[in-house]
Design a protein around this ligand. Structure first.
Ligand SMILES: *Cc1c(COP(=O)(O)O)cnc(C)c1O
Length: 388
């Protein structure tokens, strides 16, 4: 079976993990700090706090920025549940934003209408938005940042799909996860993402208040004076209610080893995108579906094609599965899930609906061989001829 995504583990990774397993620390040791230092350097941020998952990173950064039951958490309707769920963990209400029907990125008009809404204006607390740099394309962070002074909005970029992604704009290059246009950014180290720790995540920020809070909440809300100033060397105190969201040292060293290959694997993903793009420019492909824009700074977490005719997508999914090719839908709009449906009632966003009905993520990961790429292309070709 060819999955839509999977991890790429090398001998170097295995060796690094086995060294840690033979060392004195399997958790709370030096590998965690080393990984954090490497992340700071790679993404040009002042602080990095690694944790047990991308979801934990969102939870810690929302908590660190002061999200509470009076906050309105704004998220695009097309994203993974975690972006919204982490607001709910803190008692905040979620408002969904429509997305662009072609890119799946947050739609600025829809965002502005939420910000203008009476409910938002009258809420006692400020809003926090978590724009998702979806599939590997950077969210419109600069444009959202412009709205922040007027509305007192805070920005936490969900960069789970986009480490290494950038956009070259008219005025500046915007790098995902670098926090130039956000208060913090969150990464996920799940095996389908660019960097694999098994499970893992990170909060990146230039704001010491957020990183201090995230660090403390990652470990139960416990503080320790790290110098010897306190009269009792064993002294520690719990000042808040936190969680155990720590990353182990063997996960950290795996992530660190993977991070050192990020650029190589971004290049491998870009090459696959080019191969697809080239093949799909012709019939029968271009008559059946549209392809994502091949921009130089795309990090290609997902390669999502969009079918022109309603109903075709599900049939293609089944056809490919029979030939051993697994595809995926990213994502069911969050407001359609029973949990959110029950909480907020029926909602219908035209951009999110169109995207959802037509989208299909086809295999995209660095170790996808040329033969496998060709099999995906040939099978899709057969399928398009058959179904149209
Ligand atoms: C993967 C992902 C997360 C959560 O990551 P986990 O590490 O699985 O907890 C959050 N947001 C988005 C958009 C993701 O794709």
């Amino acid at each position: 079976m060819i999955p839509y995504s999977k991890q790429h583990i090398t001998d170097e990774d295995r060796l690094a993990v086995s060294h840690v397993l033979e060392s004195d620390f399997v958790t709370q040791g030096p590998a965690v700090v080393d990984f954090e230092d490497a992340l700071k350097k790679r993404f040009s941020v002042e602080h990095a706090v690694v944790c047990s998952s991308g979801t934990a990173a969102l939870h810690l950064s929302y908590a660190g920025i002061g999200v509470n039951s009076k906050t309105i958490g704004i998220v695009p309707a097309i994203t993974f549940s975690a972006t919204a769920n982490a607001f709910r963990y803190l008692g905040a209400e979620v408002r969904f934003c429509d997305v662009d029907e072609k890119t799946g990125l947050i739609c600025l008009d829809s965002l502005e209408s939420i910000l203008r809404s009476i409910e938002y204006k009258s809420s006692l607390c400020r809003g926090v938005i978590s724009p998702v740099s979806f599939a590997g394309a950077v969210a419109p962070l600069q444009e959202i940042k412009k709205l922040t002074p007027v509305h007192g909005l805070k920005i936490i970029e969900d960069a789970s799909h986009s480490p290494g992604a950038f956009v070259d704009g008219d005025r500046a290059t915007v790098h995902s996860a670098s926090c130039s246009y956000s208060d913090a950014a969150c990464l996920s180290f799940h095996p389908v993402k660019h960097i694999c720790c098994g499970e893992g995540g990170a909060v990146l920020t230039n704001d010491k208040t957020i990183s201090d809070a995230a660090r403390k909440l990652r470990s139960h809300g416990i503080e320790r004076p790290y110098d010897d100033s306190h009269e009792s060397p064993w002294f520690y105190q719990q000042t808040e209610l936190g969680w155990n969201y720590r990353l182990t040292d063997f996960q950290a060293v795996l992530g660190h080893s993977q991070l050192s290959r990020l650029d190589i694997q971004l290049e491998a993903r870009r090459k696959i995108a080019e191969t697809y793009d080239c093949a799909f420019a012709e019939a029968p492909f271009n008559e059946s579906f549209e392809v994502p824009i091949l921009s130089p700074g795309h990090s290609w977490h997902l390669y999502i094609i969009r079918f022109k005719l309603a109903g075709i997508r599900d049939r293609v999914h089944k056809f490919l599965k029979k030939r051993g090719i697994l595809t995926q839908i990213h994502y069911v709009p969050l407001y359609r899930h029973p949990y959110y449906l029950e909480r907020y009632g029926k909602q219908n966003f035209p951009g999110a609906e169109k995207f959802y009905q037509s989208c299909l993520s086809i295999p995209m990961y660095p170790s996808l061989s040329l033969d496998e790429q060709q099999l995906v292309i040939d099978s899709l070709g057969l399928c398009c001829k058959d179904l149209l």
